[in-house]
Ligand binder design. Structure first.
Ligand code: HEC
Length: 160
């Protein structure tokens, strides 16, 4: 009985160890990550959907700032942008060239990655101000919080 329980404990420990090793390997993004064609296409689709959502939100925000729409959606729309700015990282971390993304995004990963970090930080700051209903502060940081064109100019291919 005793040795049986010991064996179960041992195999449980081995499993925990294996899971930790898998987590460590899976946690490191990079070319070693192997995705199926469907998964890769899914990621490209996902990042394009995120971008489209951001475009819609940025337009709504632009209308609010310009006084063309009441500011009741200010919190919602700035939060949505911050969420997308956060979520976009995961769709680029696996190196999947395609769509209109230039391969430079991965070739210059430190720069691309830093742009995403800065975007995420600023968008989060703006969402907090938006949720507090602070339209003047949101307006003041609009350019800094939405570096859409700056990134596209360098890392997005022109439309075909
Ligand atoms: C750090 C870089 C970066 C930032 C910041 C960024 N984008 Fe993009 N965006 C890209 C890349 C790369 C693509 C091409 C993605 C693809 O086709 O796989 C893209 C594609 C797009 C597309 C086309 C999507 C489609 O396929 O129809 C839109 C629209 C867009 N972005 C809007 C925005 C808006 C709005 C913002 C700011 C709120 C923004 N992006 C911020 C890099 C960025």
């Amino acid at each position: 009985m005793k040795s049986h329980a010991f064996l179960i404990l041992l195999s449980a420990l081995a499993l925990t160890g294996a899971a930790a090793a898998t987590r460590a390997a899976g946690g490191a993004p990079g070319p070693a990550q192997v995705l199926t064609k469907e998964e890769a296409e899914g990621l490209i689709f996902e990042r394009q959907q995120l971008m489209k959502q951001m475009e819609e939100d940025a337009e709504t925000l632009g209308d609010i700032v310009a006084g063309l729409q009441p500011p009741d959606k200010l919190g919602q729309v700035t939060r949505s942008l911050a969420t997308a700015a956060h979520d976009m990282r995961a769709t680029f971390e696996a190196k999947i060239p395609g769509g209109r993304a230039k391969p430079d995004a991965w070739a210059n990963w430190p720069d691309y990655s830093k742009r995403m970090d800065d975007f995420e930080l600023k968008a989060e700051e703006m969402a907090k101000l938006g949720e507090a209903g602070n339209l003047p502060a949101v307006t003041a940081m609009l350019g800094a919080a939405l570096p859409c064109k700056e990134c596209h100019d360098v890392y997005r291919l022109p439309k075909k």
